[in-house]
Design a protein around this ligand. Structure first.
Ligand code: HEC
Length: 178
């Protein structure tokens, strides 16, 4: 009888230790999950700071789109912001806006040509006449131009679908008319 009891007892404690092992595993899994989630939360927090007044892009663009958007933003700061301004609103009668620009948003890929080859002559943006030369950027690659286009067509409340590299390259060919 005694040995039976102690056998049962030891079985029980065996079960007990199994249970606590399972519990241990569970909390291990939980802390791993936390480790995974924390950097994601941090990224999201930093990301939203980075895209001030572009909050909605996080929901609209996929991971790759967001990467291109943020590379495009760096290029924009370097090559465009002096004239078109940080908020994309341009400068009075001299520099046309990119924010909510009908000229840009009607044909985003075609703006790749403007970026690469520059633009001269009169244009109308949102019913306002502009006529100042924009300088060319011959050294930008097709990919950089795509990233710039992803940025300017999705920043400041603009909402365009992502241009493809093929569309950009087609627009950049010297003898396409638009
Ligand atoms: C030296 C000032 C200057 C810089 C730098 C500049 N632009 Fe422009 N941009 C202009 C001017 C001026 C026009 C209007 C050209 C015209 O009247 O023919 C223009 C026109 C445009 C247009 C078409 C009109 C519109 O508002 O939608 C786009 C798109 C554009 N620029 C994007 C860019 C991008 C992207 C960059 C950076 C790679 C850039 N620009 C750099 C001055 C500039």
């Amino acid at each position: 009888m005694r040995s039976r009891k102690s056998e049962v007892g030891s079985r029980k404690s065996e079960v007990g230790s199994l249970k606590s092992e399972v519990r241990g595993r569970k909390s291990e899994v939980q802390s791993w999950l936390l480790l995974l989630i924390l950097p994601l939360l941090l990224l999201m927090a930093c990301g939203s700071g980075d895209t001030s007044n572009n909050e909605d892009v996080q929901e609209r663009l996929d991971m790759r789109g967001l990467q291109e958007f943020s590379s495009g933003k760096q290029l924009y700061i370097k090559y465009c912001q002096n004239c078109h301004m940080e908020d994309g609103k341009g400068l009075g009668k001299l520099i046309p806006p990119l924010q909510n620009s009908d000229y840009l948003l009607n044909n985003v890929a075609a703006a790749g040509r403007t970026i690469k080859y520059g633009l001269t002559g009169p244009i109308i943006v949102n019913a306002i006449d502009y006529n100042q030369p924009m300088p060319a950027n011959p050294d930008l690659t097709s990919l950089e131009i795509k990233e710039l286009l992803v940025y300017i067509s999705n920043a400041w409340g603009n909402k365009s679908k992502i241009v493809t590299l093929e569309e950009v390259e087609r627009a950049l060919k010297p003898n396409t008319s638009d």
